[in-house]
Design a binder for this molecule. Structure first.
Ligand SMILES: Nc1nc2c(c(=O)[nH]1)N[C@H]1C(S)=C(S)[C@@H](COP(=O)(O)O)O[C@H]1N2
Ligand SMILES: [Mo]
Length: 256
């Protein structure tokens, strides 16, 4: 799998660069067009959650770009065509029956239909996506701020993480999932997106709903989101490491 190669490269970089130089690099957006940069950027994953949060306030915004910066092609990566029966059925009906359920440690569990989400106030942001395989792309995302949804479901005080359950499975039938700290749900750029570059999300890019968790690497950007579960601990969820790739050794905190 291509992602395994990416991990070897990161292991190599681990020995060649100190954390301090990476923090410096992370501020240099004009370097991002060069082919080596996204790979180096991945080293930032090695920073711990605590160190990263000390350097960058959680409220800091990811850089937003202009329309002219939008990439002509936004690659699709990972699973690009979920084959599970319900997904295929929903796709056949233009996702009219799609719902995202928010449950777990919340006062009021709610299932939001796609139509209901589209009626809520939306946020549009043009941001850069960085995949550990060594590519980056700039796209314009539109969706509902997760914080607005949290105000409706009201997380309980012991809710520490949000787990994003996705509709796709790999060749072995293992479902994709991701997670983030509850506080990051309230970041203004954390949205449940339903449009890319002004069009409804297509299937390769996560139709009908995908997460945008800016300032984090590509694998955190869960596609095909069907359930958001608030939990106190990630230990009991699937492999216990907080995400599909994390269960295979990736860092949970993928800040860039
Ligand atoms: N459900 C799901 N989400 C996913 C993936 C996946 O395979 N399944 N791949 C991840 C990876 S590694 C990347 S780089 C991005 C790719 O998003 P894109 O296909 O829109 O480029 O989605 C992430 N989210
Ligand atoms: Mo990725």
């Amino acid at each position: 799998m291509k992602h395994e190669r990416a991990m070897k490269r990161r292991q190599f970089l681990k020995g060649t660069l100190g954390a301090a130089s990476l923090v410096a690099l992370a501020g240099c957006d004009n370097l991002t067009q060069s082919s080596w940069f996204p790979g180096i950027l991945n080293k930032a994953e090695k920073l711990t959650d605590l160190v990263q949060r000390a350097i960058t306030p959680t409220t800091a915004l990811a850089k937003e770009y202009s329309e002219a910066d939008i990439s002509s092609i936004f690659p699709a990566n990972g699973n690009t065509d979920p084959s599970t029966q319900t997904y295929v059925e929903r796709a056949g009906q233009n996702f009219e029956a799609w719902e995202v359920k928010i449950d777990g440690l919340v006062r009021t569990p709610i299932s939001f239909s796609l139509a209901a989400l589209k009626e809520m106030p939306a946020r549009t942001q043009i941001t850069r996506h960085d995949c550990v395989e060594g590519w980056s792309a700039i796209g314009k995302w539109t969706g509902v701020p997760l914080g607005d949804l949290m105000h409706k479901v009201q997380p309980l005080p012991n809710a520490k993480y949000a787990v994003f359950h996705c509709a796709d499975v790999d060749d072995e039938g293992i479902a994709y999932y991701e997670s983030m700290a509850v506080q990051d749900l309230y970041h203004p750029q954390t949205i449940l997106a339903y449009e890319l570059n002004g069009d409804p999300l297509d299937i390769p890019h996560g139709a009908p709903l995908r997460l945008r968790f800016e300032r984090q690497l590509g694998y955190k950007q869960a596609k095909y989101v069907e359930r958001i579960e608030l939990v106190e601990s990630l230990a009991g969820i699937r492999g216990g490491k907080g995400g599909y790739w994390e269960d295979q050794g990736y860092e949970w905190y993928a800040g860039i």
